[in-house]
Design a protein. Structure first.
Length: 137
């Protein structure tokens, strides 16, 4: 279900959250296979714009909400103890500053924000796209 790279990411998040006591979690841009279900406990809300992704997240036990992160996060101030955003930020967001302000708004003062962004320029990604020529050219 998860790649080796994703499994490593999950283990790192679990280690980071091992003493975390919050119980209301937002998975912003949850997608088909939300990592939040693997790393967090409690009441998890998956937020995504695509209904098919939300259907899959619901099957995994998440409460789901359809919303476009570019238009804000449709929850009251200080609603969440933990927000997890894996991969959606650089790919789909037009104004990252606005989204970060929204995340700060809905995150409780003692809350935790985990953002994972893909590095398109990483060695692994460069090799997968262009082989050795991608490194030297």
């Amino acid at each position: 279900m998860f790649s080796e790279k994703q499994r490593l990411k999950i283990e790192r998040m679990k280690e980071f959250l091992k003493d975390f006591k919050g119980n209301i979690v937002l998975d912003a841009g949850c997608g088909y296979n939300p990592l939040s279900k693997e790393v967090a406990e409690g009441y998890i809300i998956g937020l995504d714009i695509q209904l098919e992704r939300l259907k899959e997240a619901k099957k995994l036990g998440l409460e789901v909400v359809s919303a476009d992160l570019n238009r804000g996060i449709p929850f009251k101030d200080e609603s969440f103890d933990l927000i997890i955003a894996t991969g959606s930020i650089p790919c789909l967001i037009y104004d990252t500053d606005y989204l970060l302000e929204e995340m700060r708004r809905v995150l409780r003062m003692s809350g935790v924000l985990i953002i994972d962004v893909y590095n398109i320029c990483s060695l692994t990604n460069r090799l997968s796209v262009g082989g050795e020529d991608a490194i030297w050219n």
